[in-house]
Design a protein around this ligand. Sequence first.
Ligand SMILES: CC(C)(COP(=O)(O)OP(=O)(O)OC[C@H]1O[C@@H](n2cnc3c(N)ncnc32)[C@H](O)[C@@H]1OP(=O)(O)O)[C@@H](O)C(=O)NCCC(=O)NCCS
Length: 226
Amino acid sequence: MGAIILVVSADRSTQGLAWQIVSAKVPCCVHFVLSRLLHPMTESPSLVLPLQVIDECHIDLELDTAVRRLLCECFPSDAEAFSVRRAWNDVRPAFSVFAWHGDKVVGQVGIIERPITCGDVLVRVAGVQSLAVVPDWRRSGLSQRLMAAAMREAQRRGMRFGLLFCVPELEGFYARMDWRRIDRAVTMRDAAGRPVPLTAKNISMELALAGDPLPPGPIDLQGRDW
Ligand SMILES: CC(C)(COP(=O)(O)OP(=O)(O)OC[C@H]1O[C@@H](n2cnc3c(N)ncnc32)[C@H](O)[C@@H]1OP(=O)(O)O)[C@@H](O)C(=O)NCCC(=O)NCCS
């Protein structure tokens, strides 16, 4: 376990930053105690909900079940798929960020690591998978915190680009977090491994994690979408 630094400050952004540093270092039982200690210092409840980055290989059955329940609640039309597996299309994330309220997971986002091609150039992207926040915690800033923590971790792991697919109605939501719509052909693989265009109902969006946008040219996901 890393060192715990408790920052007492009247400034909520400093508290949030301090909490995120603490959150990245301690296991979830300690999160719970610290969140109780820090809670009275803030007005925004989501600011103190602890976030935790967990590698896929450390997700146990209990957490997998809790997250599948969360996904079934947040994506009711995909409940059949999420009732048996957490990863969309069975594309497993490299890591996930979870938001805890006590011992309950109330928000999550998975990040997959994938080499894709843009034209002839091979790049490794951080693909955003199944961002979800339970209804009681929506409109609290939690999804922004989950996304920011996930992209920081992707940057730390050397990824230079974020890539996500969403319905057009969510474009403004992600644009507020600096994601930018990309309008170009995207090819993925279907269940039989055949190259097919990205599902027409979705748009693609990118986030530059190291300054540069994705190289130009048609995108080939080199696998299933996530
Ligand atoms: C997307 C989500 C994480 C955002 O949570 P939040 O930050 O608390 O934000 P809100 O729920 O208040 O929604 C933010 C905006 O997105 C819209 N939105 C949310 N989910 C949407 C969906 N599935 N389809 C279309 N619009 C959606 C909301 O209407 C709202 O629009 P507005 O800001 O113009 O009023 C949460 O709504 C959720 O879990 N939704 C279900 C799962 C989902 O769709 N995940 C995104 C996958 S790409």
